[in-house]
Design a protein around this ligand. Structure first.
Ligand code: 3HC
Length: 311
């Protein structure tokens, strides 16, 4: 008989200092939730203007959180907001931003080249023990991590948050081929400390949520294109018949038509290489037309619905 040692999960690393790259909606949301839960956060972007915009997104969202938490009691709300904002610093110098980071979360533009350039640079600047994580929604963690040294690739994983980050409880934690157990355990631990619920998924296109959501939203658009039903009726059907908080067209406008179109474009290339079924990501002329016209959803004031009065 062979005696096997009982399986002990590797101990996770203590994370106190977190650096978030990208001060857009996702990066700001991640920084906010981390700061609310006691992490010291540096929010970094290429320009001071982008950093300030990130802080504004956080201030606005924190206002909602504080109002709910303290039932509108002004002093307590202000104290809480000050304390959370006190955990956040902004920096435009990427090297300086990671000099004492235990964990880096990247939430910049969804470009493999730009992400690889950033991580390759940070690999030489961050401490040896620092863990790297990407919030990519559609790219392969392995492809991004390969910009770093083999040691760092063991300390590299995926942490995928959902919009709006302060409200959505889920985080997909991705263990890529080279991700060590210790790194994975640390990412799970950090996710829980942020008050989120982790799920595990392999390093596959779209992980769990987007792999199901993107084909669903694209089929909704093709359904409207075929004239089977109107966007409004499809939304009503999925909200009242399937209990979704937003129907697929409201969700497309919320996520951004450009984002969905961009992800599906990348996946069509993967489909050509046999990595994902072609039928899941068939092109939609209607979606393309709206993107070409700059109708990108809520953020541009117009998508499938008109938001111009709300801007
Ligand atoms: N900051 C802080 N809190 C927020 C917030 C924000 N920006 N947005 C919403 N909330 C909170 C509200 O305070 C409220 O909290 P409560 O229930 O405890 O009172 C709660 O969220 C619900 O908000 P509202 O009452 O204002 O509005 P709704 O009930 O309509 O919910 C919603 C809004 C949470 C956005 C809901 O419509 C929803 O869940 N929609 C679907 C969102 C979704 O599917 N996101 C995933 C997109 S895919 C993605 O992100 C992946 C990426 O890779 C593409």
């Amino acid at each position: 008989h062979i005696l096997r040692a009982p399986h002990h999960p590797a101990a996770s690393i203590m994370v106190k200092n977190l650096t978030v790259f990208g001060a857009g909606l996702m990066g700001a949301g991640i920084a906010q939730v981390a700061a609310q839960n006691g992490f010291k956060v540096i929010l970094s972007d290429v320009t001071e203007k982008a950093c300030q915009n990130g802080l504004q997104i956080i201030q606005k969202s924190l206002g909602r959180v504080a109002k709910k938490k303290f039932a509108g009691k002004q002093d307590e709300m202000e104290g809480y907001t000050r304390q959370v904002m006190g955990n956040i610093t902004t920096m435009t110098d990427a090297g300086e931003a990671v000099s004492s980071a235990d964990l880096i979360i990247e939430a910049i533009i969804e470009s493999i080249k730009i992400k690889r350039d950033l991580f390759g640079f940070l690999d030489g600047k961050a401490s040896r023990g620092c863990i790297f994580a990407s919030n990519t929604s559609s790219l392969s963690i392995k492809d991004i991590a390969e910009a770093c040294s083999p040691e760092r690739q063991a300390r590299f994983g995926g942490l995928h948050f959902f919009n709006p980050v302060p409200a959505m409880k889920l985080v997909e934690v991705i263990k890529a081929e080279k991700t060590s157990q210790e790194t994975y355990d640390t990412l799970v631990d950090v996710t829980k400390k942020m008050g989120k619920v982790p799920v595990n998924c392999k390093d596959t296109p779209g992980f769990i949520v987007n792999r199901l959501l993107i084909p669903y939203m694209l089929e909704a658009v093709r359904m409207a294109e075929r004239g089977d039903a109107t966007p409004h009726d499809i939304d009503t059907a999925m909200e009242l018949g399937a209990g979704y908080p937003m129907g697929p067209f409201k969700l497309l406008d919320f996520v951004g038509l450009d984002t969905t179109s961009f992800i599906s474009e990348g996946w069509r290339e993967k489909a050509d290489r046999g990595q994902i079924p072609k039928e899941l990501v068939q092109k939609s002329a209607m979606l393309q037309k709206l993107v070409d016209e700059g109708k990108l959803g809520r953020k541009s004031g117009q998508g499938f619905y008109d938001y111009s009065s709300k801007l």
